[in-house]
Design a protein around this ligand. Structure first.
Ligand code: HEC
Length: 212
């Protein structure tokens, strides 16, 4: 019996190493793809939060059910940018990968929160994203040095969707009638499809992935 288990374990280990390990060791991590997917994941998180703003703030509301009519509405501050920021900070603690949402703003409006202000590299890439001829949805990434460390930097453009207009759309639709959104910030009059900014990803490549 013991012998049989031993054989099974050895055999399983062999099959495991024969089928999985070579695939792992032969694989070179595609840092760009990794950065892109991480950015897309944050875009999804933010998008879903934007779509759920009314459910979050309406008393008695439930996911996938019509909003209860006449129910009290209390803004809780759970918005895409807040979630993006705290998720980014938590993710950084666990992975060393920085995730940030940034923007050049629009016209007289700069970033709503200086925490999201772009650094020089981000400003340069954002400027390209804002060009009307820039291909929609296309990210940009390159290796770079940051604080004496080798990193891979990547940015994915972020666009205004329907659910964003509640806060970033026409000031004439302000819920408080003063051109401000429910968070009390001036609405910038963005239109659906406008570039709102980008998700910025910074991956340390020396110690993390051993690619150099
Ligand atoms: C409920 C209101 C609300 C909704 C809906 C909303 N936002 Fe915002 N957004 C804000 C507020 C408020 C801030 C400033 C956050 C802060 O102070 O950290 C902000 C900040 C941002 C930022 C960071 C840059 C900056 O200006 O500081 C980006 C990018 C952004 N929003 C994009 C979007 C996109 C894209 C959507 C739709 C998917 C969206 N927002 C939906 C209220 C909203």
């Amino acid at each position: 019996m013991l012998k049989k288990i031993g054989v099974t374990i050895v055999l399983s280990a062999f099959i495991f190493s024969a089928t999985i390990l070579p695939a792992w060791s032969a694989e070179k991590i595609d840092v760009r793809k990794m950065a892109e997917d991480i950015a897309q994941f944050l875009v999804s998180t933010r998008r879903i939060v934007a779509q759920m703003v009314d459910v979050i703030n309406t008393h008695g509301a439930k996911v996938a059910e019509p909003l209860p009519s006449g129910a009290p509405y209390a803004f809780k501050g759970i918005i895409p940018a807040y979630m993006g920021r705290v998720i980014g900070e938590d993710f950084f603690k666990n992975t060393g990968i920085r995730l940030k949402q940034t923007t050049l703003g629009k016209g007289e409006f700069g970033p709503r929160n200086s925490y999201n202000a772009p650094d020089d590299w981000e400003s340069e890439v954002l400027t390209r994203f804002y060009e009307p001829s820039y291909p929609k949805g296309k990210g940009y990434g390159e290796e770079s040095d940051m604080d004496g460390k080798r990193v891979y930097r990547y940015m994915l453009p972020l666009y205004i969707e329907k659910s964003c207009l509640k806060c970033h759309g026409d000031p004439a639709t302000s819920p408080t009638g003063d051109g401000k959104d429910i968070a009390g910030k001036p609405m910038e009059n963005y239109k659906e499809g406008d570039v709102r900014g980008a998700i910025s990803v910074i991956i340390p490549i020396e110690d993390k992935l051993g690619t150099s």
